[in-house]
Design a protein around this ligand. Structure first.
Ligand code: A2P
Length: 277
């Protein structure tokens, strides 16, 4: 059984989801279909992954009812002006052939461009119109979340950030917790075989009789973050959900936390400087 987590607006989601970055076309449909069969119900995508059509197709071809799925997409940086954002959400829906998204997130704050409050207002309106059930963000730093709160009085239900053992995001997670924002981890395995091979992870894995990936995904869960591992392999998809029958000790968690590095081996730039389009 995968535990559920209730977001600050009441939406219930599973504690582990499925990432789809770079999953596209027929191979993407197959990967998503096997993920849904394995038990994934929280499915992540983005306008800029160019796979909302893939996701919609996989959903239409499974026997799982739409209302059991929590489907996420994300607004690109080039559409932060209000009307552009509204139309982008509609285009995401047209491509996926869905009537609504469960979660729609602003993909990056693009603070230099500086229109993310307008984008946020569009997401809040789209929620009122029934196009989205829950509104969130990705890659927002506390300074950007503070602006949303000050300007609109509404904080996101979720902030999806880069989070893995090399980048444990301790301060950002503490801020989310204080504000009631759910943390979600992108690249939970750091897209790194080298991480899976690290002695610290392997020794903990041997003791718990689990794989390295399972140890890391369990670490995310015990930190209180929803991870969205991606795998095209049905066995690894199943394995990545099989993390709810054991518990890491406080010492295991400390040792994994200590793998964090000052630059976090970031997969992308600091959101304070990065502009996504
Ligand atoms: P594959 O699709 O061949 O399983 P991240 O989620 O951090 O972006 O990492 C995704 C990468 O991790 C993919 O390349 C995926 O490869 C690999 N991966 C996912 N799950 C596992 C696992 N349980 N063991 C080993 N590698 C995994």
């Amino acid at each position: 059984m995968i535990p559920t987590i209730t977001l600050n607006d009441g939406l219930e989601v599973l504690a582990t989801g499925f990432g789809t970055y770079k999953l596209k076309g027929q191979a993407g449909v197959h990967a998503l279909q096997s993920a849904i069969k394995s038990g994934y119900r929280l499915l992540d995508s983005a306008y800029n992954y160019e796979n909302e059509g893939t996701l919609g197709r996989a959903i239409r071809e499974t026997a799982v009812p739409r209302e059991e799925l929590v489907v996420t997409s994300k607004l690109p940086g080039r559409y932060h002006h209000y009307q552009d954002a509204v139309e982008a959400i509609q285009e995401s829906l047209f491509r996926s052939q869905l009537d609504y998204f469960d979660l729609y997130l602003i993909h990056w704050p693009n603070p230099i461009q500086g229109h993310y409050v307008e984008a946020w207002q569009a997401l809040l309106d789209a929620k009122k119109w029934g196009l989205i059930r829950s509104v969130g963000v990705c890659n927002f730093l506390p300074e950007h979340l503070e602006v949303l709160e000050k300007e609109t009085g509404v904080l996101p239900s979720m902030n999806q950030i880069e989070l893995h053992p090399y980048f444990n995001q301790e301060e950002q997670r503490a801020y989310h917790q204080e504000k009631g924002i759910q943390t979600q981890s992108w690249s939970p395995l750091a897209r790194s075989q080298e991480l899976l091979d690290q002695d610290v992870i392997q020794s903990i894995a041997t003791r718990h009789q689990k794989s390295s990936a399972q140890i890391i995904l369990r670490w995310h869960y015990q930190l209180g973050s929803i991870s969205i591992p991606k795998s095209q392999n049905p066995q690894r998809q199943k394995q990545n959900l099989d993390i709810f029958d054991f518990e890491l000790t406080a010492d295991d968690i400390d040792r994994i936390n200590q793998m964090t590095e000052p630059d976090g081996r970031r997969k992308n730039q600091n959101p304070a400087e990065y502009e996504e389009f």
